[in-house]
Design a protein around this ligand. Sequence first.
Ligand SMILES: Nc1ncnc2c1ncn2[C@@H]1O[C@H](COP(=O)(O)OP(=O)(O)O)[C@@H](O)[C@H]1O
Ligand SMILES: [Mg+2]
Length: 223
Amino acid sequence: MIIVVANSKGGVGKSTLAVHLAAWLHSQGHRVTLADCDTQHSSSEWIKEAAPEVQVVRLDDAKEILDQLPLLDQETDFVIADGPGSQTETSLALLLRAELAIVPCKASMLEVRALAKATDVLRQAQDIRKGLPSAVIVLSMIGKNYRLTQDMKDAAAALKLPLAKSAMTLRQIYADAPGQAKVVWQMGSRAKEAADEVQQIFHEILPKAAIRKPAKRPGTNAA
Ligand SMILES: Nc1ncnc2c1ncn2[C@@H]1O[C@H](COP(=O)(O)OP(=O)(O)O)[C@@H](O)[C@H]1O
Ligand SMILES: [Mg+2]
């Protein structure tokens, strides 16, 4: 399955989400490739240390993306593509190949309004592919006391994009993670809340990817 983390705005949390998603899927026993499609290459540097078993590739242009993603998809269970922060052919190429687009968006009315423009390319791809990729907005960097307002719900609904119930809170620990080359669940007790919430997002978006708790076999409890 090819999943792209897409929003043609920079600084909204794409790389943070992509690295955590790739590391989480690996921790659930899947074979994962992280395709770093941003010329800044921040997510590939980060994941190499945080989850060295995740395969890393850098795909810098549209042709490479269109050619390589299907091959990578055959080799691994999940390909997580970290998209660029611009409206380029690269973004369109990713959306033409992905099954799911996760769209991180900062939680403010201004940002949600800007999403209409930032998801232009997504709509183009969905138009070409008759609805694919499916897409979901994940609010990133929400304040601790944040309440989802009706305005925000309406704005998301107007874009015909579902909004995930779980979200990422604005926390220093996320900003510290790349410097320590870790994902938040490797960062000890001060990262517990972040670790819980980010995994909650992945359970919500990709319920089938989570390890199923093994069913208790009858008789195994016998003393
Ligand atoms: N939930 C969060 N709380 C605090 N800082 C965050 C959070 N998510 C991302 N950041 C920080 O914000 C900046 C932009 O995030 P990044 O994931 O690089 O966005 P993008 O890939 O969309 O440009 C980075 O410095 C990152 O560490
Ligand atoms: Mg990035």
